[in-house]
Design a protein around this ligand. Structure first.
Ligand SMILES: [Zn+2]
Length: 415
């Protein structure tokens, strides 16, 4: 099998535009798979794989391109060193443009000798949205701007889902770093431990859409409301994925003031269930909801420290037992909840746009959605998934229409 080598079209275009005929780059290889990605400039997202040398050359004439193999045989020896892992694979890629057509050839030298390679392209921005050759299927959400506050298990997953759907602009707010206890439910892996969540999630977005714009702010919003307000003012949709009511109320107040749509989502203790609330301009607000909501004292327990803080775990419970309590909230339990937030986001972002998802728009008309994962505690009188007649059952969504609370401290204009 020929080695597969991916070239980033925008980097190649850059060389052509600047009339650079000869340069070296770096290739990243998945060892044992003979798959390489080559770069002439430092990539925006850290590449994966092991590094090796790559040579780029442009020829004026097609004849030179057709006869370039001896050149590679000779030039590759300059870098090749079978004893040194970094230099044990050398890639050469050669181009020529005749009659506006890009012609290409490529070779690899490794311990097995010299072989032809198969050059493929990662498209540049103009080809990004194309079902047959692009990365993303549609450009209708390219201009949309989503603000995500809280980049934990919910926020990080939602960010990447929206990137996949073609959302082009993100503002990301979180002051935390990726830690061990996040990994199981987070979009980021162990190789990103210690990174700011804003940076790590921005990279995860760009792995799906390399041309998405991401603005990163690592602040605690409760200590910098002015900055939060600036962000809320310029966005089409706010995702509130924080883990405490103080920040939710703050976001609610500012969104009511600036008439922005917000999706609030959370899992309740141990991810037994969760809920999603949609605030729309002029509609009932988060404060109206909490006033008549039977879950209002529940908070997501995302780690042990938080469980202790909120008093969900009595002080006498041992560390091991406490860990067991927290760990029950597994990724599969929160997935339905953040997925609902993604669906609601897409409904909101594509409302009134051509090829929007009108059928879902007719379906998802409620302000408030409730989901139960297990028949424990809060849901112990709910039926089982397969046979509860007309009773509420677990593993189904329930929608609730809310009315504005006339006494609401946040959205009642006459206060
Ligand atoms: Zn209200």
């Amino acid at each position: 099998m020929a080695s597969i080598v991916y070239v980033y079209q925008n980097q190649l275009q850059n060389l052509i535009d600047n009339n650079i005929q000869e340069t070296n780059g770096v290739a990243f290889e998945w060892k044992g798979e003979e798959v390489f990605h080559v770069y002439t400039q430092y990539p925006e997202i850290s590449p994966s794989g092991s590094p090796s040398v790559c040579m780029y050359r442009f020829f004026e004439e097609e004849k030179a391109l057709n006869e370039c193999k001896p050149l590679f045989e000779q030039e590759s020896l300059r870098y090749y060193n079978a004893q040194n892992d970094f230099n044990s694979s050398i890639i050469g890629i050669y181009f020529c443009i005749t009659d506006n057509v890009l012609l290409k050839k490529g070779f690899i030298r490794n311990r097995e000798g010299i072989k032809d390679i198969d050059i493929k392209f990662v498209p540049n921005k103009s080809d990004l949205y194309s079902r047959s050759k692009g990365l993303l299927e549609t450009d209708i959400l390219e201009k949309k701007h989503v603000l995500i506050i809280g980049l934990g298990s919910f926020g990080s997953q939602i960010a990447v889902e929206l990137a996949k759907a073609g959302v082009g602009n993100f503002s990301l707010i979180d002051f935390d770093r990726v830690e061990l206890h996040n990994i199981a439910r987070h979009i980021c892996g162990v190789n990103e431990l210690g990174r700011l969540k804003t940076n790590a999630v921005s990279d995860a977005i760009k792995l799906k859409n390399p041309y998405a714009n991401t603005e990163k702010t690592d602040i605690d919003i409760t200590t910098n409301q002015t900055l939060l307000e600036e962000h809320i003012k310029k966005t089409d949709l706010v995702i509130c994925a924080t883990d405490n009511n103080q920040s939710r109320f703050l976001i609610n107040d500012l969104a009511v003031k600036h008439k922005r749509t917000v999706l609030f989502g959370r899992a309740i203790t141990r991810a037994e269930g969760g809920d999603v609330f949609r605030l729309r301009p002029e509609g009932p607000c988060y404060c109206c909801l909490i006033g008549n909501n039977w879950f209002n004292t529940q908070e997501e327990i995302s780690n042990l420290e938080r469980a202790r803080e909120t008093g969900s775990i009595p002080a006498y419970v041992s560390e091991n037992d406490a860990n067991a309590i927290v760990q029950v909230g597994l990724s599969s339990d929160i997935a339905p909840i953040y997925n609902m937030m993604v669906k609601l986001s897409l409904v909101e972002l594509s409302r009134d746009l051509q090829s929007g998802i009108a059928s879902l728009e007719e379906e998802l008309t409620f302000d408030y959605y409730i989901w139960a994962n297990r028949r424990e505690k809060f849901y112990d009188n709910w039926g089982s998934f397969n046979g509860a007649g007309n009773m509420p059952t677990i593993m189904k969504w329930y929608g609730v229409k809310l009315t504005k609370d006339e006494e609401c401290l946040s959205c009642n204009k006459s206060r």
